[in-house]
Write a protein that binds this ligand. Structure first.
Ligand code: FE2
Length: 379
């Protein structure tokens, strides 16, 4: 009887309203998957709105239709403007520039863990816009919960002015929760879980530290569990793919790899997992002279360098509350508990990385040399 009463009190009423009429665009438009000859314009429109009432009050949930317009046969290094509405309003307008065909200097911006403070996230986005990057990378944990449409609504609202003009390349974080929304809203190369793209002779390796079995109980219980258990096949497969990419693109001038979880952590509760992550991956990157592995997950800025010369960066200061550290590492070059982004200028002979705090102040600037030609590297 108790159960029946509970069921009645929790019973929800469902109200379906008319489709959202005002501005038909809900998310976007935004640019995805640019190459030197193609791009994809994405946007979502309101489909309908559902009112839900229960013992804890009322709530409205919106449903969306997602749209993608692939554009091919574009000219390289060329600006295009578009308008997905053509109704005289600004909502549907944007401008993007295809990637260069040849090797030439360009800049990109990196930050991550934007998930839970939209005010800070907005400031980071505004800073990123000022830097006029060719592309933006998010090191994961874009939203507080990838399963909640409300969180994606905030994410796309905050990013509206940036993403309509600049292609956005994320990696999966644990907070994405392997949700369908992530794969629906982003159109990324390859299998979208891990993928690569090029700008000139710069190879970007966008990798997955979370795994495809994220929702399994063992993972939830212990997020390091996968290293010795069922996730191992997935990571071995991914590492083989990375090895193939690095073999195939031996002549790339620069290689930047991105994960959500860092290869080194200054938090004792996370250090064992990071050690396993690093033990699995670092040799691959060191062997191939990858310039830097840039990650998120720990909410601060941390730059470290291995004895083998691998630069390991944690950039997780995009909006989630900042973390304290409780251990140190002799490999640390700089650590700062700060909201920030990284601007990377890829030049002819070196890449310059400038770390900028949320007020626009420089935290540090350092350079990473271009890779030597493959034959010289092996001698
Ligand atoms: Fe995370």
């Amino acid at each position: 009887m108790k159960i029946v009463r509970f069921m009645f009190s929790a019973m929800m009423t469902l109200l379906i309203s008319a489709a959202y009429a005002e501005n038909p665009i809900a998310f976007g438009p935004y640019i995805q998957n640019i190459t030197d000859g193609s791009a994809i314009i994405c946007w979502s429109t309101y489909k309908t709105e559902v009112g839900i009432a229960g013992p804890d009050g009322g709530k409205t949930k919106k449903l969306y239709d997602h749209h993608e317009l692939p554009l091919t046969r574009l000219k390289h290094d060329t600006e295009y403007s578009y308008d997905v509405l053509r109704d005289g309003s600004e909502y549907g307008k944007g401008t993007f520039k295809t990637f260069p065909e040849k090797i030439e200097p360009f800049s990109f911006v990196v930050y991550g863990d934007t998930r839970s403070d939209s005010v800070i996230h907005q400031k980071i986005v505004d800073l990123a816009i000022k830097e006029k990057p060719r592309l933006v990378i998010n090191t994961g944990d874009l939203v507080a919960s990838g399963l909640e449409i409300d969180d994606w609504e905030i994410f796309f609202d905050v990013n509206r002015q940036l993403m309509k003009n600049v292609p956005y390349y994320p990696v999966l974080g644990n907070h994405e929760k392997d949700a369908d929304y992530y794969f629906e809203f982003f159109n990324l190369p390859g299998n979208e879980r891990y993928y690569e793209f090029f700008v000139g002779d710069v190879l970007f390796l966008m990798l997955d530290s979370e795994g495809s079995d994220f929702g399994k109980p063992e993972y939830v219980k212990n997020d390091d569990y996968y290293w010795s258990n069922y996730q191992k096949d997935y990571f071995e497969e991914q590492r083989e793919w990375v090895e193939n990419m690095l073999d195939l693109h031996k002549d790339a001038g620069y290689v930047f790899a991105f994960f959500h979880k860092p290869l080194i952590s200054l938090m004792s509760r996370r250090a064992p997992g990071s050690k396993q992550h690093r033990a699995f991956w670092a040799e691959t990157f060191e062997k191939h002279d990858v310039q830097a592995v840039i990650c998120g997950h720990d909410h601060h800025y941390h730059r470290a360098q291995s004895d083998e010369g691998l630069t390991m960066i944690t950039s997780g200061g995009g909006g989630a509350s900042l973390y304290n550290t409780d251990i140190t590492s002799p490999e640390t070059k700089l650590h700062k508990k700060v909201n920030h982004l990284i601007r990377v200028d890829v030049g002819e002979n070196e890449a310059t990385l400038k770390v900028i705090d949320i007020e626009g102040n420089e935290i540090e600037t350092f350079t990473l040399p271009k890779r030597k030609p493959y034959r010289q590297r092996r001698n």
